[in-house]
Design a protein around this ligand. Structure first.
Ligand SMILES: Nc1ncnc2c1ncn2[C@@H]1O[C@H](COP(=O)(O)OP(=O)(O)OP(=O)(O)O)[C@@H](O)[C@H]1O
Length: 912
């Protein structure tokens, strides 16, 4: 019986919105659809209309857009009256006439009841999607699947440890060339992927901005915004809207307005590359960095040479990370002095001879005790430093000294800089003409035409004069790379050098070429001069000696015989032995011997055994570092067992065929065309039916993607298809946000049940809401609960699992389905309410378990911090404790508020 004022939906055309009966005649009914301003008249006998009735607990939206919860349903002359409660807590009565016409029916219950039926396949795809999300939510390696990187243990371990933290504040100090940029990228990717971070600011030296942009794009599929000089000049506030930004501190610091704008934004994660350079910054810039670091939630400081500018400078960087913990330099030094004792303690615990420890050790197992000690160690969780020694697969280094004869020059005998770098003091470029090093270099290049050679000299004017000569006079294909060039010119020079066939044979760099750049396609490094700082020397060698270098690298050092240059070479080659092997403590030795070294180079002391003494000190320092600090840092920086486990997990995700299966299913459901190139590489294309949410991925027509990590590494123009690729996550999440497949109706031949028996198959999902930064999904992943409820309220899900049930189900034509639903309304309502009760009960078990796991986890953290605060009587630990306890409450409460909702419903009617 249709009555004027009742609300109906068109089963065939839900886009019409919510209709209202405006006229009834003997056999006809007229319905107005205000949302589209249309009226339609139907024959009452078979009108494809479904009545929309709400139930207690449903939310209704009125024409004035207010949304209320229904607390009572009554009826006046065939028209429903809803009693709703307002936000102020008043109860008001509203007639269904007042409901909004633009009604979105998102709940599967409503969709099914109003006859909006999807196919069986869509229903099953929807179920699959949430099963996959369930697996993905709980993996330990979340955010580490998509990066297009080789799986190197030291990187994977570090990234997993840091990337899963809430607002990590860490110094990444792996030795040169071990992949700090990659590690930072992995951490950024994890933080974004798990919604721990939304806004990220990367600050790099200007010359490295473009390289970061490209690495983040190619390896991590992250499109950062490059705030270069031009953007800074043209945008009123370039920082305001941008979510993911690469910028440069020196550029920002040039204008007060910019530093203020940058600092006043809220950043979830700030990354500062080549952080040791902060030491040279002027006070204004330092002030800006201090403010920025204090306000940023997470902070990553990257430096290969943390102590290049001394211990105190290193301490200052640590202070930026954690001002409370690293409050005083003298305390820091005291704790540094403990390393050897702690290392010994760890060794004796591991050897099972745990007696005579110099301090109390907590923890119930060997592992726990070792972890406690590693924590105890001053820089514990906020410093990671992997050494070349602990990373497999790096190239060997070969040293080639090139002693040269030279006429004595008349430079001031007591000026070390003039002795070492006479070219820098020349007033014009004529020195190149008859310079022994230049002559040697030209010969060397001509004799090794097939080799790419990187030449580094400490100074831009020397570099340009030298390159000019090579290029113009000696006819050698060359490029220069120095601070006077614009960024584009620098990139062009680097690209010209990299080009294999017609590229430059030689790239001549000033010192700026020695940091951060990737030149591992070359195997020859010429050190035209030697810097005084060992760390700077290591940075130079690191251009070639880095991950990805497959062959021995050759380090060429030309120097003038019997000069300060030769003596400096000896200091490096025989004293510190840094050319062929990295020496971790070299910078400290330099700090210690700087005076004597100067005198030695200038032949101003009579010490004949200087180099021998330095060599002895070097081996002693190496031994003591090995025994103390470095070994602790190394152990903390890499746990090989865990690294292997993480890598195994990532590989398992890489290798599983489920991604291919999912993509086939999803493409089917969302109308995407797949054209497999081969087993590992597929081409995706959109067509006119493709789901609109996927269209933005197809701006460039088709997408070619490979499932193979190996192929992806060499084909950066192809997408790397993983469970975390945006196209894949979009297909999964679409089933979370869209109603696709949420309601279905099927028939099942089951002769031993009375004809017309009804079963309701349901997928309910438990979800934790809010607190996304805490990433509570680790404890409560989106959890699908499958139910199969019969009229008696029994759950037959286990008796009839999907693999048994689904193949036997038959689809119903849409029209028949609509009619059937109308007739089955009452029993369906019954089934739905029983299903909801079951889902509630089952969900509670998952929620309880999640709360337990969460409390276990955070209690362990609290215990650990308590022990440390007792041991260290450390004020700062108390703050950390308070925060943890607060997190415990917030997290627990958020988990308690988790909700279960019906995600998909299928009504199944049996027949004989
Ligand atoms: N896991 C990886 N897979 C593929 N390439 C990698 C990986 N790790 C590092 N690389 C490559 O190795 C080189 C060194 O990495 P990166 O630039 O991150 O090192 P770094 O430690 O920052 O060096 P530096 O100390 O010179 O700044 C780069 O070319 C990088 O692309």
């Amino acid at each position: 019986m249709y009555t004027v004022g009742q609300r109906y939906l068109s089963q065939l055309d839900p886009q019409l919105g919510l209709g209202i009966v405006v006229e009834t005649q003997a056999r006809r009914v007229t319905v107005a659809f205000p949302a589209v301003d249309e009226e339609r008249t139907y024959a009452t006998a078979n009108a494809p209309l479904s009545r929309l009735l709400f139930r207690i607990g449903d939310k209704v939206r009125l024409a004035d857009n207010q949304v209320y919860a229904v607390i009572k349903v009554t009826e006046t002359a065939g028209v429903a009256v809803y009693t709703v409660s307002t936000t102020e807590g008043h109860e008001i009565e509203v007639s269904e006439v007042a409901l909004a016409a633009e009604l979105e029916l998102n709940q599967p219950q409503q969709r099914l009841l109003t006859g909006q039926i999807d196919s069986a396949t869509l229903f099953e795809t929807r179920y699959k999607a949430v099963q996959h999300l369930h697996q993905l939510d709980q993996t330990e390696v979340r955010g580490l699947l998509a990066p297009r990187t080789l799986l190197l243990p030291h990187q994977v371990y570090l990234a997993q440890q840091v990337g899963t933290r809430h607002a990590p504040r860490v110094m990444l100090a792996d030795e040169v060339g071990l992949g700090k940029t990659i590690e930072a990228g992995m951490i950024i990717h994890q933080q974004l992927h798990t919604h721990r971070a939304k806004r990220v600011l990367v600050l790099t030296p200007e010359p490295l901005m473009a390289q970061w942009l490209v690495e983040l794009r190619r390896k991590f599929n992250l499109r950062f915004d490059l705030l270069n000089q031009e953007r800074m000049d043209t945008d009123d506030n370039p920082f305001e809207e941008a979510q993911w930004v690469i910028s440069c501190l020196d550029l920002v610091a040039k204008q007060e307005r910019l530093s203020e704008q940058m600092v006043s934004e809220v950043w979830d994660l700030v990354v500062i590359d080549e952080a040791h350079q902060l030491e040279h910054a002027d006070p204004v810039l330092k002030q800006c960095v201090n403010l920025l670091c204090a306000r940023a939630r997470g902070l990553l400081l990257l430096t290969a040479t943390p102590e290049q500018l001394g211990q105190e400078a290193h301490f200052e960087r640590l202070h930026l990370l954690d001002p409370q913990r690293f409050a005083s330099f003298s305390d820091y030094q005291t704790s540094e002095a403990q390393y050897q004792r702690i290392d010994q303690a760890i060794q004796s615990i591991e050897a099972g001879t745990g007696a005579d420890l110099p301090f109390p050790v907590h923890g119930s197992s060997t592992d726990a005790q070792v972890r406690y000690l590693l924590d105890f160690y001053g820089t514990g969780r906020c410093l990671y430093r992997n050494t070349r020694a602990s990373v497999a697969g790096l190239p060997a280094r070969a040293l080639h000294p090139h002693p040269l004869e030279s006429a004595p020059n008349g430079t001031a005998a007591d000026d070390l800089m003039q002795q070492l770098y006479p070219e820098r003091y020349e007033t014009d470029d004529n020195w190149v003409q008859a310079h022994p090093k230049v002559t040697w270099l030209v010969q060397f290049l001509k004799a090794n035409k097939a080799e790419k050679v990187l030449v580094i000299c400490g100074n831009a004017s020397v570099a340009t004069a030298l390159e000019d000569y090579l290029h113009m006079r000696a006819g050698i294909r060359s490029a220069a790379f120095y601070e006077g060039l614009s960024l584009v010119e620098r990139d062009r020079a680097a690209a010209y050098f990299q080009e294999s066939e017609h590229g430059a044979q030689v790239l001549v760099c000033s010192e700026i070429g020695s940091e951060g750049r990737n030149f591992q396609f070359s195997q020859h490094l010429v050190l035209f001069d030697l810097p005084l700082s060992p760390d700077l020397l290591e940075q130079r060698i690191g251009r070639l000696d880095r991950i990805g270098q497959k062959q021995t690298i050759h380090i060429h050092v030309p120097f003038v015989l019997k000069s300060a240059q030769e003596r400096l070479f000896k200091w490096y080659a025989q004293g510190l032995e840094v050319f062929t092997e990295h020496c971790a403590g070299a910078q400290r030795l330099y700090d210690q011997y700087a005076e004597e070294l100067r005198d030695y180079c200038l032949e101003q002391n009579n010490s004949t055994d200087f180099i021998e003494r330095v060599a002895a000190a070097t081996s002693q320092l190496k031994a003591s570092l090995d025994a103390g600090r470095n070994r602790l840092l190394e152990r903390h920086s890499l746990d090989s067992t865990k690294a292997t486990q993480y890598i195994e997990q990532i590989k398992a995700w890489d290798d599983s065929t489920t991604l291919r299966e999912w993509l086939e299913l999803a493409s089917n459901a969302l109308d995407l065309d797949i054209d497999p190139l081969d087993r590992d590489t597929w081409i995706f294309k959109a067509n006119e039916h493709t789901h609109e949410a996927l269209i933005p991925f197809f701006q460039d027509d088709a997408i070619t993607g490979t499932f193979s990590r190996e192929i992806a590494a060499s084909r950066e123009d192809w997408e790397f298809l993983t469970w975390e690729h945006p196209l894949v996550t979009e297909t999964l999440e679409l089933f979370e946000t869209d109603t696709l497949g949420s309601g279905a109706l099927s028939r099942l031949r089951l002769p031993n049940l009375p004809e017309g028996t009804l079963l309701l198959e349901a997928v309910a999902v438990v979800r934790v809401l809010g607190q996304s930064r805490m990433d509570l999904k680790r404890f409560l992943p989106r959890t699908p609960i499958r139910l199969l409820i019969d009229a008696q309220g029994r759950n037959l899900a286990d008796a009839l699992p999907p693999e048994k049930l689904h193949p036997r189900l038959e689809n119903l034509p849409a029209k028949a389905a609509g009619n059937a639903i109308k007739q089955l309304r009452e029993p369906l309502l019954e089934l739905i309410s029983k299903t909801e009760q079951h889902a509630q009960t089952l969900a509670q078990t998952f929620i309880n378990k999640a709360q337990e796991a969460f409390t276990d986890h955070i209690d362990a953290e609290i215990e650990r911090t308590t022990l440390l605060s007792l041991a260290q009587a450390d004020e700062h630990r108390n703050n950390e404790l308070a925060t943890l306890k607060q997190e415990r409450d917030t997290g627990y409460a958020a988990l308690a508020q988790s909700q279960v909702s019906i995600h998909a419903l299928r009504l199944i009617a049996t027949h004989h």
